[in-house]
Design a protein around this ligand. Structure first.
Ligand code: ADP
Ligand code: MG
Length: 549
């Protein structure tokens, strides 16, 4: 897959420069490119304990994005998924460590342990007071002697950062970090692998599978299982987290692994808070991308026992805007619907012929759903068929509640029904059309005038006129020909709809963003829907005769 990078070799330095330039002066880097990539705070005076973290790149915003007041003092960035060198880590330590000392926060991977560990030794040889903690929060493989460090690391950054900012000693900061590491548990889940720049994507997942318990470097998860729903996914994770961690009040960090949409992340948050663990989760951080794995379509949940002290440290303000603030979990608050939203419904009345006619019209729109979606895929977002079919299904279900025996009332009632059930342009335009037809009929106009009033209102509200490549190009000629019978109207609608395929420029709707070469040759879906409807009516004249007057 192509990515928005220049070269694999310059990826990390290019990204660091972007981060620094957009930091408003809060961040700087050491002059060590290309091999030494250390991001540091510009407001640092070495008077307090320095916090240095880092590791491979590809986990953004971790770690450079968390450099700043209240969190890290410096981040040492390796290549994608590769530990930085001893020299790079040492450079970071030497650049920020003063008499108060330095804590290295390292995720439990062999490369990071070795490089950060050796750098710590060498820094001590310079006379610096350096401590190191290793985060091992992943509970995917319960009996592993060396669990991995994943998103729970961020609890350590935040809490150690708050204590260091308050002026805590190196011993105090390190002890708090070790306590957090002892209490934090995390687990990840993903629907796919990540794309490592410059390497082909490994496609080990079959469609419909998830992996549970994965690291943040594209390595295989502990288990692969069928995916059914967000709820089931959270249930599985919660079962693992519950056995791994103690009961009692907790904070949850809900982390996007990179390519899960914010919409999905909110669904996952809702499910987590509704799960068996939900009652224990008092506060959340996220959902947000905090410790990502490039473009992985996955997420992780990290839990930490919540004491008053922990909460205060997690709540302490920080400068890095990549950090997601701790917030209280609250029940969904619901506000009463405003009055007057639901229109007075006219009394239902039965009329078998009208009811059957309406049902047939709905069936026509339902039957052409796929064809209309395919046309909308050419000129819009591929949903006209679904929008119209959805409306038709809702309308069909509402037939028994409609004033079928009173035509003047019926059109308004159809307009009301559509305006309640439909989104999308085609839906609301139909609602406008039927409401206007109903208004005109109710004020005593004949049906031909009423239909014309409907068309006029659609043109007025929607701003489109004939020739703009919309449903109007079929509707206007059809209504004009209706005086000569339904067959003439159907013929006119068909000619109008087919003419839209020759129009290289749309004057309204999403199609107006589309170039002529993509529009030419395809009918406008809204116009096609109108033509299909009239054609059906023409082919079933017995039903329509009742309605034409
Ligand atoms: P969207 O997905 O853009 O909300 P739909 O897919 O539901 O819209 O409907 C698209 C159809 O709506 C178009 O094919 C066109 O016929 C019709 N349409 C869009 N804008 C207008 C407008 N201003 N006036 C009349 N018809 C319109
Ligand atoms: Mg559409």
């Amino acid at each position: 897959m192509t990515q928005f990078i220049n070269t694999k070799e310059t990826l990390v330095t290019d990204a660091i420069d972007g981060l620094i330039r957009a930091s408003g002066g809060a961040l700087a880097r050491l002059d060590g490119y290309p091999h030494i990539r250390v991001v540091l705070r510009t407001d640092w005076d070495r008077s307090r304990v320095a916090l240095v973290s880092g590791g491979g790149s590809g986990h953004e915003p971790a770690h450079a994005g968390f450099v700043g007041q209240g969190m890290l003092t410096a981040a040492v960035c390796g290549d994608v998924f590769a530990s930085p060198s001893v020299e790079a880590v040492l450079a970071g330590i030497l650049a920020v460590t003063g008499p108060a000392g330095c804590l290295l926060i390292v995720k439990n991977y062999t490369g990071d342990r070795l490089n950060f560990g050796l750098a710590a030794e060498r820094a001590r040889a310079f006379g610096l007071n350096v401590e190191m903690v290793v985060v091992d929060d992943d509970v995917a493989l319960p009996h592993l002697p060396q669990p991995r460090g994943i998103a729970g690391t961020l609890f350590v950054h935040k809490i150690a950062g708050a204590i260091a900012e308050e002026g805590g000693t190196l011993d105090a900061v390190a002890a708090a970090a070790r306590e957090v590491i002892g209490g934090a548990v995390s687990i990840g889940m993903s629907l796919g692998t990540c794309t490592v720049p410059g390497s082909p994507k490994s496609e080990r997942f079959a469609a419909g599978e998830v992996e549970l318990g994965l690291g943040i470097h594209g390595e295989s998860g502990a288990e692969r299982m069928p995916f059914s729903s967000a709820r089931a996914a959270i249930e599985t994770m919660v079962a693992r987290l519950s056995t791994a961690g103690p009961a009692g009040p907790k904070v949850a960090l809900i982390n996007n692994l990179g390519a899960t949409t914010p919409l999905e992340m909110s669904v996952l948050a809702a499910e987590l808070l509704a799960s068996d663990l939900g009652a224990d989760i008092r506060c959340v951080i996220g959902p947000a991308p905090l410790m990502t794995s490039l473009d992985m379509h996955g997420f992780s949940v990290s839990l930490l026992p919540l004491s008053a002290e922990t909460e205060a440290h997690l709540r302490a303000p920080v400068a890095p805007h990549a950090w997601a603030p701790l917030v209280d979990v609250v029940p969904v608050s619901v506000v009463a619907m405003p009055d007057g939203l639901t229109p007075l419904r006219p009394k239902p009345s039965a009329d078998a012929v009208t009811g059957a006619f309406l049902a047939r019209c709905c069936d026509v729109l339902i039957s052409v759903e796929d064809q209309l979606n395919a046309l909308d895929a050419q000129s819009g977002d591929g949903d006209t068929g679904s929008t119209l079919a959805g409306a038709a299904r809702a309308l069909k279900a509402a037939i028994p509640d409609l004033p079928l025996a009173d035509l003047t009332q019926l059109y308004r009632a159809i307009g009301n029904e559509l305006s309640q059930t439909m989104g999308g342009s085609s839906g609301v335009l139909l609602a406008i059309y039927f409401s206007a037809v109903g208004d005109a009929a109710a004020s005593g106009h004949g049906m031909t005038r009423a239909f014309e009033a409907g068309l006029a209102r659609v043109m007025e509200v929607g701003g489109a006129t004939p020739g703009d490549r919309t449903m109007i190009d079929a509707l206007a000629p059809a209504l004009a020909a209706l005086g000569d019978g339904v067959a003439a109207a159907a013929k006119a609608a068909r000619a109008g709809a087919d003419a839209t395929a020759t129009m290289g420029k749309a004057g309204a709707g999403r199609a107006s963003y589309i170039s002529a070469e993509r529009l030419i040759g395809h009918n406008d879906p809204g116009a096609e829907a109108v033509a299909r409807l009239f054609e059906h009516l023409a082919e079933n004249p017995a039903e329509t005769r009742e309605q034409a007057g």
